[in-house]
Ligand binder design. Structure first.
Ligand code: 3DU
Length: 255
């Protein structure tokens, strides 16, 4: 089964389209084991209300991929959730391939990559590895922060010489390359709407920027987002489980 289908199945089974971003503030490296314990605790509390967990540098840097993070991936799978590595792969193909091989070897079901590097000797090797191992690749398409307009929002010339917005070009590539998802910030619902028109039902939109960055899950859902990436709003909440449950219910009202 493809990653895209596994996500659909897990979201349906759990009644949730929330992807937990397991992010925590900087902690002194000597306190790594406390950080791992805290991440495990949040996961244990929140798992009934999410369909997947996204991990990035917040945990890979202090815990290491095959020591701490792999323990979390195992825990995620034991809860019958999917694990996404948000490494935003962005290098030459040969390096991208090794990045993907390591993260997939650690058990991740999908990783996030940056289409800015292009296909040939860029992202093609990642898609090849993903295809072979039946894992997913999700592409950044329009990020959630203010400066996103400087890169994803700039006007570029496509292969035919016609002027187009960078994110429109990326959305078309997401369809052409057979990506399993496209990341579009919840802080830009109008971009979600526009990109959703290009992607249709072929490529689901993953939307970060909810809560701490000012975006709202309901607005993103109305605009066409399929999955909702939430980090600090849940991980730093007084009651992470309750917060996740509320977000989940709010999305269900819309969808
Ligand atoms: O703002 P939050 O705490 O909910 O975290 C959002 C997460 O999603 C965080 O891990 C960040 O690195 C990631 N992300 C974005 O925020 C925006 C993007 O365009 C892509 C990923």
């Amino acid at each position: 089964m493809q990653f895209k289908e596994k996500m659909e199945e897990t979201a349906k089974k759990n009644g949730s389209s929330v992807v937990l971003a397991l992010d925590f503030p900087f902690r002194s490296p000597e306190k790594r084991s406390e950080l791992l314990a805290e991440a495990q605790e949040v996961l244990e509390a929140v798992y009934p209300y999410v369909c997947a967990v996204k991990i990035n540098h917040h945990l890979v840097l202090p815990l290491g991929t095959f020591d701490g993070v792999q323990k979390l991936v195992t825990q995620i799978h034991e809860k019958r959730l999917l694990a996404i590595m948000d490494c935003k792969a962005n290098d030459i193909g040969a390096t991208n391939q090794v990045i993907a091989e390591y993260y997939y070897a650690a058990g991740f079901d999908a990783l996030i990559a940056n289409p800015f590097v292009g296909w040939e000797e860029g992202l093609q090797p990642i898609f090849n590895v993903a295809y072979k191992l039946q894992r997913g690749v999700i592409l950044l398409t329009y990020m959630s922060h203010k400066g996103a307009s400087e890169g994803y929002g700039q006007t570029v010339c496509d292969a035919t010489g016609a002027k187009t917005a960078q994110y429109v070009s990326f959305a078309k590539k997401a369809v052409k390359w057979g990506a399993d998802g496209a990341v579009v910030g919840a802080t830009y619902p109008e971009k979600i709407r526009e990109i959703h028109e290009i992607l249709g039902d072929n490529v689901p939109i993953y939307s970060p920027g909810i809560g701490a960055q000012g975006g709202a899950a309901e607005t993103a859902a109305e605009a066409g987002a399929r999955y909702f990436i939430v980090g600090r709003h849940i991980t730093l909440a007084e009651n992470p489980s309750d917060t996740a449950k509320k977000i989940c219910a709010a999305i269900r009202q819309v969808r």
